[in-house]
Design a protein around this ligand. Structure first.
Ligand code: PBG
Length: 321
């Protein structure tokens, strides 16, 4: 069966297409700005006008949705992260503009406080640096509501606080956002693969040597991931996410098998950086490795994949048709 291309095609069990991809994008204040990110070649921080241009290309190429992450100016960062729920903040303005210009493109907003805190943690902290779970959940709920008001189709809590999905769902319902969907980063690991992302949103300097191990998951665990997913589904999550990707395919598989819910996976910045670095040296074939990594997510059971390669892959697939 493997001998010829036609028979390999006939027995192929899984497929990857543009419709499985979500493109994460970084937004920054200003106009006409496209700022390179050193550790993420070919990815840039974009001002809202430039963001709309690239998002339009995503839409034209068939990418169903984008996920936006802000790089917030230093003077707007505070201990209480109040800029996170400013209805006229950078994220909120970006969402409004995207929904006005490209209404058919799904917009996923990130619900977490790390771009807005002075210390780069995803939540509020006490004097000793411990995370204040419940106080954080109150701010996250305001943040999610503010994104929904701006027009976000999907709010995506990536903070890993306990009980936030339930609170966000309740607040969306009470405010009549009955169609706003929740993508819960349910099994998000305290991973070292997030380094380039933290450069991109400007939180790595602020974090310094402190870690997120008191709220993100231990990479040694997998039963705990099922428990986290179960809780988020009970609280009202529409979709669940596993993050990072390649090193956590077993978690993707178990979650999909156990719950049979829309299951997304995030191929994170460090995974992107590794593939880009090795291929820039000619040590691996970039396109082949990208496509192989994406099909492995689908084989494990992922419905959709958030990947920095989404735009490039969509261009590649469209040019082959
Ligand atoms: C934080 C957040 C992170 C990512 C998405 N949202 C980093 C972190 O938890 O420190 C990482 C994404 C990536 O590495 O591509 N709310």
């Amino acid at each position: 069966m493997r001998e010829s291309s036609f028979s390999r095609t006939l027995m192929r069990e899984n497929s990857i297409s543009v419709s499985n991809l979500i493109y994460p994008m970084f937004v920054i204040e200003g106009t006409g700005i496209r700022q390179d990110i050193e550790s993420m070649p070919d990815i840039q921080r974009l001002s809202i006008d430039e963001l709309v241009k690239d998002a339009s290309e995503c839409h034209q190429l068939g990418i169903p949705a984008i996920a936006i992450f802000p790089c917030i100016e230093k003077q707007l960062k505070t201990d209480d992260a109040s800029e996170a729920f400013n209805d006229d903040g950078l994220v909120q303005r970006a969402i409004k503009k995207l929904k006005k210009e490209i209404p058919g493109l799904g917009v996923i907003s990130d619900v977490a406080l790390d771009p807005f805190t002075l210390h780069g943690q995803d939540g509020l902290i006490d004097k000793k640096g411990n995370i204040l779970n419940d106080e954080t959940v109150s701010i996250l709920t305001k943040q999610a509501l503010s994104h929904a008001k701006a027009g976000a189709d999907i709010v995506a809590p990536s903070d890993m606080m306990d009980g936030r999905v339930g609170r966000i769902r309740k607040s969306l319902e009470e405010n009549k956002f009955i169609n706003t969907k929740i993508l819960a980063y349910s099994a998000k690991y305290a991973s070292s693969f997030y380094g380039p992302f933290r450069d991109a949103v400007g939180s790595s300097e602020l974090l310094g040597k402190s870690s997120k191990k008191t709220y993100q998951m231990d990479p040694a665990n997998s039963d705990e991931a099922l428990n986290e997913v179960k809780l988020d589904i009970q609280e009202g999550a529409d979709m669940v996410m596993i993050k990072p990707g390649i090193a956590y395919l077993d978690i993707v598989f178990r979650v999909k098998q156990t719950f049979n819910k829309p299951t997304f996976v995030y191929q994170v910045s460090g995974e992107y950086a590794m593939i880009m670095a090795a291929s820039s040296r000619g040590w691996i074939n970039q396109d082949d490795v990208i496509l192989e990594s994406l099909i492995s997510f689908r084989r494990a059971g992922a419905d959709a994949i958030i990947t920095y390669f989404a735009l490039e892959v969509a261009r590649l697939m469209n040019s082959k048709q």
